[in-house]
Design a protein around this ligand. Structure first.
Ligand SMILES: Nc1ncnc2c1ncn2[C@@H]1O[C@H](COP(=O)(O)OP(=O)(O)OP(=O)(O)O)[C@@H](O)[C@H]1O
Length: 305
């Protein structure tokens, strides 16, 4: 649920000496529409556009949707302010480092931090260009997750995450590699068969239909979604990172503390996925441990939870 804030609008009206009656008279807005501002109800995009133009400002500045989810709101505020050293900054560095390292990136946590903080590379020991590209792409993918957190999870959102991660990489030049789309060639994970390319869309639709049918997801539902997503393995490559970004999005959407799987826990995480259909506890414990990692970060930054 989002709360509407007109703080920016009220400030701009004050600065320009504009009253509510001016808005209805000069813009032809009904009194019912203008009354919505005081009640904190959402105005139509057309009305917001008109008011913004009238006040010579932008729509984003006059109406803001504030999430009732504290962690999500902090991430959004810090992202907008480009605040250094806060939760947004640390989530970007820690999740990007760990998620990329699980998949074999050679960048260290310090090198990942350096790229995030300076947008430059300290050329070290022959780091592959794709490791750097995919690190920067992962930062942007987290931004996309924060922006779309409250939307229902769709195949398009998942495919777009894949696009953000993989565009312009070496893989993307391969004729059989689909960027931002499902795989064209069969693949295996952990030596086990995954869903065939021709079946992926059907299985993904089924997975999302079942998951989205719940109005309120629990951490266990999100872990199950993650495991079933990895079993489908819908993309040619990038399934691990996209799957963990989807889990981050869904935790933010459902007001659940997210989990960061640390690279040092990779073997537990893989075992949890391998054993998922026989014994769910392994993966659940690993993800809950990843949630403790995030909770420690909140405690370090004095963010109540
Ligand atoms: N036994 C398993 N069963 C299901 N999923 C698994 C298993 N082992 C690992 N995974 C998932 O698959 C992801 C990686 O798969 P894989 O090594 O095939 O690379 P990928 O699909 O190319 O993805 P990435 O770009 O994330 O490397 C892991 O991060 C994990 O989420």
């Amino acid at each position: 649920m989002a709360k509407i804030s007109y703080e920016g609008l009220i400030k701009a009206m004050k600065e320009k000496g504009v009253g509510k009656t001016d808005l209805s008279r000069d813009l032809g807005l009904s009194t019912r529409t203008v009354a919505k501002i005081a009640k904190g109800e959402k105005l139509s995009r057309a009305s917001i556009g008109k008011i913004a133009e009238y006040l010579n400002t932008s729509s984003e500045l006059i109406m803001r949707e504030e999430s009732c989810n504290r962690i999500l709101q902090i991430l959004r505020d810090e992202k907008e302010m480009r605040l250094s050293g806060g939760l947004y900054h640390e989530l970007q560095v820690r999740m990007t480092y760990n998620s990329n390292h699980i998949e074999g990136s050679k960048l260290s946590e310090d090198q990942t931090r350096y790229i995030f903080e300076t947008n430059t590379v300290d050329i070290g020991d022959g780091i592959p260009v794709d490791d750097i590209l995919e690190t920067v792409h992962h930062f942007r993918a987290i931004d996309y997750v924060i922006d779309t957190a409250e939307k229902e999870l769709t195949e398009d959102i998942i495919k777009h995450l894949h696009y953000i991660m993989k565009h312009d990489t070496k893989d993307s030049t391969l004729p059989w590699f689909a960027v931002g789309d499902y795989k064209k060639r069969a693949n295996v994970v952990g030596g086990r068969e995954t869903v065939k390319p021709s079946e992926v869309h059907i299985q993904m639709k089924k997975l999302l239909d079942t998951y989205n049918a719940k109005s309120c997801a629990s951490i266990e539902d999100i872990i199950a979604l993650h495991a079933e997503f990895e079993y489908i393995h819908p993309f040619q490559d990038g399934n691990g990172r996209v799957g963990r970004l989807v889990a981050l999005k869904e935790c933010l959407r459902h007001n659940i503390i997210p989990f960061i799987i640390e690279d040092s826990k990779k073997s537990f995480y893989y075992r949890g996925l391998t054993e998922w259909r026989n014994e769910k506890g392994w993966l659940i414990d690993t993800c809950l441990d990843g949630q403790d990692t995030f909770t420690r970060l909140l405690d370090m930054l004095d963010i109540p939870h």
